[in-house]
Design a protein around this ligand. Structure first.
Ligand code: SF4
Length: 174
């Protein structure tokens, strides 16, 4: 069964949560549901995807990573093997909580897979860096919520600030 960052593993009522699922959970319930059901279509030419790929190529090439399979893939890692710092880059100006949740999920995954207590650093615009501490209890609540959303019907869209730049807005608000 395929389990990777882009495709959450689903078997019956189980779910192997990924970093992207945690990201969508803190972004929008509709995006979360679509992602968990493999129905989130993002055109590769979309401006945010394109600029994100370019940014990733600049920031993360030649950097060490950590294998968090099947729970996702962090951008890069520094520190020692027993005390790593897991890094994520964010392109957002204001709405950074989804990225914090994604990073907390990776800290949880490092604990699950290797029993190591990693900390996170979120790299924001203009070189700002924010420390993200582990919160495994919050992450496990996120995972329970993801399972609920996956097993429910698609939530009704509600207008939120990120709708403006969302690739799905034509579908939600036609
Ligand atoms: S347009 Fe808004 S409600 Fe619809 S998926 Fe995007 S963020 Fe969610």
């Amino acid at each position: 069964m395929k389990m990777c960052e882009d495709t959450p593993d689903k078997s019956g009522y189980n779910l192997v949560p990924t970093g992207k699922a945690a990201f969508y959970l803190h972004s929008c319930p509709v995006l979360t549901w679509l992602y968990l059901h493999g129905q989130l279509v993002v055109a590769p030419s979309h401006v945010y995807i394109k600029s994100g790929k370019e940014l990733d190529a600049q920031r993360f090439s030649n950097k060490r990573s950590i294998d968090l399979t099947p729970y996702g893939k962090a951008d890069w890692v520094t520190g020692t093997q027993t005390s790593p710092v897991i890094h994520e880059g964010s392109r957002g100006k204001r709405h950074n909580e989804p990225k914090r949740a994604q990073l907390r999920h990776y800290l949880w995954a490092a604990k699950q897979l290797y029993n190591i207590d990693a900390v996170g650093e979120l790299h924001l615009k203009k070189g700002n860096v924010e420390r993200v501490e582990p919160d495994h209890e919050a992450v496990e609540k996120d995972h329970a919520r993801l399972l609920e959303i996956m097993n429910g019907s698609m939530p009704e869209p509600k207008k939120i600030p990120i709708c403006k730049g969302c690739t799905n807005k034509d579908w939600c608000w036609q």
